[in-house]
Design a binder for this molecule. Structure first.
Ligand SMILES: [Mg+2]
Length: 362
């Protein structure tokens, strides 16, 4: 494939989520930011990718335009995985992880989209001819920070048929409100986003065990202290999930033996190529993957394709917010706790030009 041109489209799509806005960032989170990459080949194919942007859209866009895309445009690429390693080597002096890797993830995803389209197959079919068509998903709630609101949205998710629900609550009263609103057999988890001190973890983990939490996600800072995570898991008998902030399979090789659930994020870890290597590692370590995918750009479909192809991936994460519009009107929706694969070639992400025009900011 000869890459003739590339364009980065910066998008912001408003959403509502019922929260008071106390998210992970200093400012209230009201818009999903998407750094969308469009690659075009000399034979007329279009590939789509996405780099993690969360609340730093311009940073990811700049990394793509200044660092990564000059090494992509004009290249003839036969293997996205080999090209990914070449990019990693050329750019390693800018940092192996973080923004550089998010930008490389976008390129890798777009190249795999092109590969599958060239083969006239979905990405899942390109990776595994016997892939799944329907995938289980879980509701990933935002942080509400008060028990009544937690109870309301947890009950709402359970009523919509989700058998697994993830809170992003960090205090005992809020987590307990979720448990009471969704008793067993609903599987309940909470994502701490690295907010507990070791002392807080010591006092809270027995309650997580008593409430039979399915997993506790990123309890401690820093998240890459895998031995400390393993110690919590063993001491309290509650599964630990982590990995959304790990980049490349190198970091997962350190993590895999220590915790029950690995959480690579396709638009952060290094794209499809690195995600597939994490699948291999998880299989070898007899661990399950719970992909990190609170996304609404190509990262959403890329995760579905990977999950369909690799049964080591267990549940699709669906962020429980009301997005004003989807870029792709055919974006598969979670219903009754499961989601169907897109029916088209490649990733199955085909944005409506009118939506791109409406939400682009650059
Ligand atoms: Mg998380």
């Amino acid at each position: 494939m000869h890459i003739e041109s590339a364009e980065v489209i910066a998008l912001e799509i408003p959403f509502t989520d019922g929260s008071s806005g106390t998210g992970l960032m200093p400012n209230r989170w009201t818009k999903v930011q998407i750094a969308l990459l469009k690659l075009q080949t000399s034979d007329g194919l279009t590939g789509w990718g996405e780099g993690f942007a969360y609340a730093h859209l311009n940073t990811t866009v700049s990394a793509l335009n200044e660092l990564v895309l000059p090494l992509v445009i004009g290249q003839t690429i036969e293997s996205p995985a080999a090209f990914n390693l070449q990019l990693q080597q050329k750019l390693h002096l800018h940092g192996r992880y973080g923004i550089t890797q998010f930008a490389m993830s976008a390129v890798d995803i777009a190249l795999w989209d092109l590969m599958a389209k060239q083969a006239g197959k979905s990405l899942a079919a390109l990776l595994n001819s016997d892939h799944r068509r329907q995938l289980p998903c879980y509701a990933s709630l935002v942080r509400y920070g008060n028990p009544d609101t937690v109870a309301h949205y947890t009950a709402d998710a359970a009523a919509r048929g989700y058998q697994t629900i993830k809170l992003h609550e960090i205090s005992l009263d809020n987590i307990r409100a979720g448990r009471e609103a969704a008793p067993l057999p609903v599987r309940l988890t909470t994502d701490v986003n690295c907010n507990w001190t070791p002392e807080q973890a010591q006092s809270l983990m027995p309650h997580m065990r008593d409430m039979a939490l399915f997993w506790v996600e990123e309890p401690l800072f820093p998240p890459d202290n895998e031995k400390q995570l393993a110690q919590l898991q063993t001491e309290y008998g509650v599964s630990i999930a982590s990995g959304e902030n790990a980049c490349t399979s190198v970091e997962f090789a350190r993590l895999a033996e220590h915790i029950d659930y690995l959480q690579p994020s396709v638009i952060k870890v290094g794209g499809i190529s690195e995600f597939l290597k994490v699948c291999d590692l998880a299989e070898a370590a007899n661990k399950k993957i719970m992909p990190h995918s609170p996304y609404f750009g190509p990262g959403y479909q890329a995760t579905l394709q990977l999950m369909a192809a690799r049964p080591v991936c267990e549940l699709f994460e669906h962020l429980f917010i009301d997005l004003e519009n989807f870029l792709d009107p055919a974006c598969p929706q979670c219903a009754d706790g499961s989601v169907a694969m897109p029916g088209t070639d490649g990733l199955g992400f085909e944005p409506d030009p009118k939506m791109l025009q409406r939400y682009r900011i650059n």
